[in-house]
Design a protein around this ligand. Structure first.
Ligand SMILES: Cc1cc2nc3c(=O)[nH]c(=O)nc-3n(C[C@H](O)[C@H](O)[C@H](O)COP(=O)(O)OP(=O)(O)OC[C@H]3O[C@@H](n4cnc5c(N)ncnc54)[C@H](O)[C@@H]3O)c2cc1C
Length: 324
């Protein structure tokens, strides 16, 4: 009989993981940090609540150092075939700590999980910024993280008495070495790149704030959102983190994307796969973005962008006129 323990602090992710686990395990135990779900998800054999460490304020997040030892202890005592953990920021850290504590294999960011005829397991994960799918196989128990967005949608909520699923409470560990001394909500810029119809993206080839101004003018003339590559946001801090595109940033699908001084590394272009028309402006004809563009303009953005902006403004009659 195959047994899975599922853990995520995100209730809907946890429910999806329970559904995924029922395809490979006969018994699926849902482990929840803090509070049990109102209705246990379909397929859950039981619910185990890891009671928050004393003094944990409600909604204060899942601290890996508090929950990982408790989950490792539980898994160590009950020896499931797989511990399936939601690949959130906390979940990834908890998975690594549990795997290390129990000496188990760690399979990261699986998008599909299967049992094999020889008794082993296999999992798939997307790699090379979405360009390939890698299949990993293993024998014996393992800790597996599943990525948000790739987990199975939860099965419909069961029409049953919630009391029919046993719920037990297990204390989480108190770790006094780390104390949360303050919390602050991070200010986020209200920008929705995912739904932008036009995007002007600034890369490191824009070397000065005057170059950024040229890009802003072009975006303004086009009625486009201004975006950037990761180093422009994270290293130069010219634009907010919400504005960078790529594998670790926003995924966009505009009708028009114009990259200014963007080399087009795969970590960036993974975010523009669904763009309809891609224009690259770059001094280097061999830049990867030049090869991947519908229109590759080879030249200095300082010369080309003002010309382009002027042409667009002229074609539209006025900067503030109606846009289409
Ligand atoms: C794990 C990981 C995740 C990452 N995730 C992301 C991500 O989500 N998004 C992202 O963007 N990056 C990401 N990166 C970084 C990525 O690998 C690249 O380093 C980054 O995208 C390069 O940014 P860039 O094109 O602006 O700069 P560069 O690679 O330095 O390119 C600058 C380009 O500008 C051109 N240029 C220079 N001067 C001019 C000029 N005057 N006119 C026109 N062109 C000019 C150059 O020829 C060059 O092609 C990630 C990296 C790692 C390791």
């Amino acid at each position: 009989m195959t047994c899975a323990y599922v853990f995520s602090e995100d209730a809907s992710l946890a429910a999806g993981l329970v559904t995924a686990a029922t395809a490979v395990a006969d018994r699926v135990h849902l482990v929840c940090p803090g509070t049990p779900p109102g209705t246990p998800p379909a397929g859950a054999t039981s619910v185990v609540v890891l009671d928050g460490p004393p003094g944990t304020p409600p909604g204060s997040g899942v601290r890996p150092e508090a929950y990982a030892p408790a989950l490792a202890r539980l898994a160590g005592e009950r020896n499931p075939d797989v511990v399936l953990i939601g690949a959130t920021v906390s979940g990834r850290e908890i998975a690594a700590r549990v795997a290390a504590a129990l000496g188990l294999a760690l399979v990261s960011e699986a998008t599909a999980l299967r049992t094999l005829p020889d008794g082993g397991w296999s999992g798939e994960r997307v790699t090379w910024a979405g360009a390939a799918v890698q299949t990993e196989t293993w024998q014996g128990p393992a800790v597996v993280t599943m990525a948000p967005g790739h987990h199975v949608d939860p099965a419909p909520a069961p029409d049953r008495d919630a009391d029919a699923v046993p719920v037990e409470t297990v204390p989480a560990q108190t770790d006094t070495r780390v104390r949360v001394v303050s919390r602050a909500v991070r200010e986020r810029e209200a920008v929705d790149l995912a739904d932008a119809a036009r995007i002007v993206c600034v890369g490191m080839g824009a070397g000065t704030l005057a170059d950024l101004g040229l890009a802003t003018d072009l975006a303004d003339a086009l009625g486009a959102e201004l975006a950037c590559t990761r180093p422009v946001a994270e290293d130069r801090e010219w634009l907010a983190a919400e504005r960078y595109i790529g594998i670790s940033g926003a995924r966009v699908r505009p009708d028009l994307y114009i990259g200014l001084g963007v080399s087009g590394q795969v970590q960036h272009t993974a975010g523009i796969r669904d763009a309809k028309v891609v224009v690259g402006i770059n001094t280097d004809p061999d830049a990867p973005l030049s090869g991947a563009s519908d229109y590759a303009v080879v030249g200095d953005l300082r010369e080309i962008v003002p010309l382009l902006t002027a042409e667009i403004r002229a074609a539209r009659g006025s900067r503030t006129g109606p846009r289409s």
